[in-house]
Design a protein around this ligand. Structure first.
Ligand code: SF4
Length: 313
């Protein structure tokens, strides 16, 4: 999409957490993504994450239908198909290799052979109005019924980070999780208990390792009605900031760059920005053609995570 076409389309009326986070982390990156530019080859941790989600969904949706062993075998086989389909030609790091992920799945299945809850649905896209013209949506990994608690969303995280206190505590502050609780409550039509964070560290340590954090952790996240109301106002504020950019017009807009260079070059827990080597070109940004760079391509479909159902990217 050209600069003018992006302007003519008008400001977003639908947002998900990815778009919103991207806008706040760096307006300019949202500009490029909004015009449709994306990775030609997905980073291997994306593939590892999608593979892990597939394993989780198949493992739990077959509860009661297959033996524990067959559930595990079936889920690993489904995950391998996803991995082989999506992995590019590059060499994945050890954590994101198929051998490591398969071993992690076996350890996980033996760690959690049965649960106190039942998975009602795997990946579920959803979208809901904030007011007459603005919508917020996304895709949640699934939702579960826990007899003593009621309905919860489930969010599966596979990470190279240690499951430290800071890693666990971040979810209490994550708008992604607030949005999931808000969205599922709206779609179901009743308050849900919250969201279960189901976290896995991808590093498998040897028997002599001195690691001090767990391989797997769970944590229940809850939000009060006041926090959910505040979330709605926060998202509406993001819409307003985007609309202010459009008010300037396509010749005057700036989509200002981040003030945090780690967003550009990467750092702990952050990958290098896709647009890192085009952002410093000595010409106005609206005159740059990202497709001149071999690692960038155009999305073939619009980013609409709210339309996803189980197993889709
Ligand atoms: S390189 Fe930096 S300024 Fe440019 S889009 Fe990426 S994060 Fe933003």
């Amino acid at each position: 999409m050209t600069n003018q076409e992006f302007f003519d389309k008008g400001p977003a009326t639908k947002l998900d957490n990815t778009m919103r986070t991207e806008f706040h982390n760096c307006n300019r990156r949202r500009y490029w993504s909004g015009r449709g530019y994306t990775y030609k080859y997905s980073p291997t941790y994306f593939t590892a994450g999608t593979t892990w989600h597939e394993f989780q969904e198949k493992y739990y949706l077959n509860t009661g239908k297959l033996t524990h062993k067959d559930r595990m075998i079936n889920a690993i086989a489904a995950a391998e198909i996803i991995y082989e389909t999506k992995i590019g030609s590059g060499e994945p790091n050890k954590n994101d290799s198929w051998d490591n992920l398969r071993n992690l799945m076996i350890i996980y299945a033996n760690f959690y052979p049965q649960e106190s809850w039942t998975m009602i649905s795997g990946e579920t896209g959803w979208i809901w109005p904030l007011d007459h013209t603005h919508w917020y949506g996304g895709s949640l990994d699934g939702y579960i019924e826990w007899p003593q608690l009621g309905l919860l969303a489930i969010e599966n995280k596979s990470t190279g980070s240690w499951l430290s206190a800071n890693y666990l505590n971040q979810w209490a502050h994550a708008p992604q999780i607030t949005g999931i609780i808000w969205g599922l409550s709206k779609v179901i039509g009743e308050d849900i208990f919250g969201c279960m964070m189901n976290m896995a560290n991808k590093t498998i340590s040897g028997p002599k390792s001195k690691r001090t954090t767990s391989q797997f952790m769970r944590r229940l996240e809850r939000r009060s009605p006041a926090q959910l109301e505040e979330f709605e106002q926060d998202v509406l504020h993001t819409f307003k900031l985007i609309e202010m950019e459009y008010d300037k017009g396509p010749d005057k807009w700036t989509w200002h760059k981040t003030v945090n260079p780690i967003e550009c070059v990467g750092g702990p827990g952050r990958t290098v920005c896709l647009f890192e080597n085009i952002c410093n070109l000595p010409v106005p940004f609206t005159e740059i053609e990202p497709l001149d760079f071999s690692h960038i391509t155009l999305r073939t479909t619009e980013w609409t995570p709210w339309e996803r159902t189980g197993g889709q990217e």
